[in-house]
Write a protein that binds this ligand. Structure first.
Ligand SMILES: C[C@H](O)[C@H](O)[C@H]1CNC2=NC(N)=NC(=O)C2=N1
Length: 98
C-alpha cells in the first residue's frame, strides 16, 4: 500500500482523528485511562484487533497511560492501514475513557 502525502494525512487528522498528531513518519496519540488494569484491558482489546488485521503499532504503557504510534513499515510512511487502525483504536477507547 502506498504512503499517504503530508496533505492527505493532515486532512484525515483534521477530519476525524483530532487527538492524533503527525510526528516524523508516524501518527501518535497519548491515552489516559483511570487505572492500570483498565489501561491493560484497553491494550488487550486493541491487540485482538491488531492481530486480526495484521498491523502492529509501536506502543508503550506507564501505569494508566498508553502511547500509540502508528506507521506502515513496508511503505516507510503512513497508509490507509494506519488511518483505519487509529479510528478503530479511538472507537475502543470510548469504552475506557473517563
Ligand atoms: C508479514 C506481515 O504481514 C507484515 O510484517 C506486517 C505485520 N505488521 C505490520 N505492522 C505495521 N505497522 N507495518 C507493517 O508494515 C507491518 N507488516
Amino acid at each position: 500500500m502506498k504512503a499517504l502525502t503530508k496533505d492527505e494525512i493532515a486532512g484525515y487528522l483534521a477530519l476525524n482523528l483530532k487527538d492524533w498528531t503527525f510526528e516524523g513518519n508516524a501518527i501518535k496519540r497519548d491515552f489516559k485511562i483511570e487505572t492500570f488494569v483498565e489501561a491493560f484491558s484497553f491494550m488487550t482489546a486493541i491487540a485482538l484487533v491488531l492481530e486480526k488485521i495484521d498491523h502492529h503499532p509501536d506502543w508503550s504503557n506507564s501505569y494508566n497511560k498508553v502511547s500509540i504510534v502508528l506507521s506502515t513499515h513496508s511503505a516507510k510512511g503512513i497508509t490507509h492501514h494506519d488511518i483505519d487502525l487509529a479510528e478503530k483504536i479511538d472507537g475502543t477507547y470510548k469504552r475506557y475513557a473517563q
